[in-house]
Design a protein around this ligand. Structure first.
Ligand code: TYD
Ligand code: MG
Length: 448
């Protein structure tokens, strides 16, 4: 019988391609397409279709209205801040990725959380591919934890996955995904290893009902490929970042709760501890009576936080002056600066303008617009912001002040942190509301 090439198949992911290509159409791997052959027969194309995987099996579907609400089974992480970021605690049968730079405190945080879950009598497994059991023990001693916790140095994903199916630990922490291997012959940390190992473990956790937490390192530039390729496989991605001398845990993505939620911690000799009053902590180093420094009542997730926005303006040596922005959306800052120039005739054309959020926090809240405007105005006109005053509001292209969500809660937080006056958009929630940026600026530097 004549041997004919009927299609090509990727040796990496199993995708089929009707034509030979340099790279796999599904997984993008180079040079992995190999010939798939079948004997030529009178059936021709028909036989080929039947030979494909899944051919001849009936597709199963369900009436959408008949689908019952699957209950999420949650259990507390033992830490209120972490529970809030997770949207109410760990979810059984789910996978969470924790990313962060090396040394930020990922292992510390998860060892503490592992201990709290183990203390409740659950089976908790810590998979330590990075550090020896003795090193983890040393850290556990320092944290005063360890009782009831099990540790393994296994790095073969298939072995761990089999254990998840057999023993169904309540919580499994993998430190880190970059140390796992899906295929014994391969080098850990490569893209395919990370992706395949993750797929194996996530599947096993879902079937077995474990909560799987994967630690993934990212560099300062956030470019290590590993965590990026698995972000869409996991249910939630948490990022541990540093801000001032604090640590911020942020839900970047969460299928089971609101994303954008943050928890604030400090690193102490005894591990990470939740910060009770993060607003005070973020404002602790704020200079007083200095032009360009403005306090805003921002929302980070659902939590109001007082933050300092700083601006500096200096004569530019360049024909096109620089706009350097840190911690804020560059395009929003550009809009605010354009509004200051056109609607308030603030002479910015020959000035370099630097704007940043003190402490290195990232803010996506449009309510920070007014703080950017006021800080820049204050810097250019060399007038310091009166003490005890905070601002909030979105700035529109016409120079109007627009309302932002949760004004009442922002005002409450401002008062709690010693900023009795909150200037913002017109609203029944605050006393100092103005229709335009111009009016708000006039109000700030006039006695109230
Ligand atoms: P670690 O959790 O090892 O970071 P990661 O897993 O993200 O790489 O924590 C690293 C730093 O935290 C290390 O420099 C030491 C410090 N640390 C403390 O300050 N207090 C502690 O109780 C512990 C355990 C660590
Ligand atoms: Mg670590």
């Amino acid at each position: 019988m004549a041997r004919v090439v009927t299609s090509y198949v990727c040796s990496d992911c199993g995708a089929h391609s009707p034509v030979a290509m340099g790279k796999c159409p599904r997984c993008g791997a180079w040079g992995t397409l190999v010939e798939e052959t079948s004997a030529a027969s009178p059936g021709g194309q028909g036989q080929l279709l039947r030979a494909r995987p899944g051919a001849g099996e009936a597709l199963v579907s369900t009436e959408l209205a008949a689908v019952t609400d699957a209950e999420l089974v949650r259990f507390t992480s033992g830490d209120d801040e972490v529970d809030r970021v997770l949207g109410g605690g760990w979810v059984a049968g789910s996978a969470v990725l924790l990313t962060g730079e090396p040394g930020i405190g990922k292992s510390t945080l998860l060892l503490q959380l592992a201990q709290r879950a183990a203390a409740a009598g659950r089976y908790i497994l810590y998979v330590s591919g990075e550090e020896s059991a003795a090193q983890v023990r040393l850290r556990a001693d320092r944290l005063g934890v360890g009782a009831g916790l099990r540790i393994t140095r296994e790095t073969r994903a298939a072995t761990i996955a089999a254990h998840l199916l057999d023993a169904a630990p309540t919580l499994v922490i993998v430190d880190s995904i970059q140390t796992l291997v899906a295929d014994d012959a391969a080098v850990p940390g490569s893209l395919t290893q990370v992706r395949d190992a993750t797929a194996l473990l996530v599947d096993a956790a879902k079937v077995g009902g474990s909560t799987l937490v994967l630690i993934g390192h990212v560099t300062k530039q956030g470019t290590v490929a590993g965590p990026k390729v698995i972000e869409h496989v996991v249910d939630a991605t948490l990022a541990l970042e540093s801000a001032a001398d604090l640590r911020v845990l942020r839900a970047v993505k969460n299928r089971f709760g609101p994303s954008g939620e943050v928890g604030v911690f400090e690193m102490t000799g005894g591990g990470l501890r939740a910060v009770a009053n993060p607003s005070e902590a973020f404002l602790a180093e704020r200079p007083h009576g200095v032009p360009g420094s403005v306090v805003t009542a921002a929302l980070e997730g659902q939590r109001p936080l007082l933050l300092e926005v700083q601006a500096l303006a200096s004569k530019s040596p360049y024909a096109a002056p620089r706009r350097v922005v840190q911690g804020l959306d560059q395009r929003r800052v550009d809009v605010v600066l354009a509004v200051l120039e056109r609607r308030l005739e603030l002479p910015l054309a020959s000035l370099d303008v630097f704007v940043n959020v003190a402490g290195g926090l990232r803010v996506t809240d449009p309510g920070a617009d007014l703080a950017v405007a006021v800080a820049t105005y204050s810097a250019v006109t060399n007038r310091p912001m009166p003490e005890g005053t905070a601002v909030v509001g979105e700035v529109g292209l016409a120079g109007e002040l627009r309302r932002v969500s949760q004004l009442a809660r922002r005002l409450h937080e401002a008062r709690r942190a010693g900023h009795g006056r909150l200037i913002g958009p017109r609203s029944t929630d605050i006393d100092d509301g103005y229709a335009t940026l111009k009016e708000a600026l006039a109000a700030i530097w006039s006695p109230s």
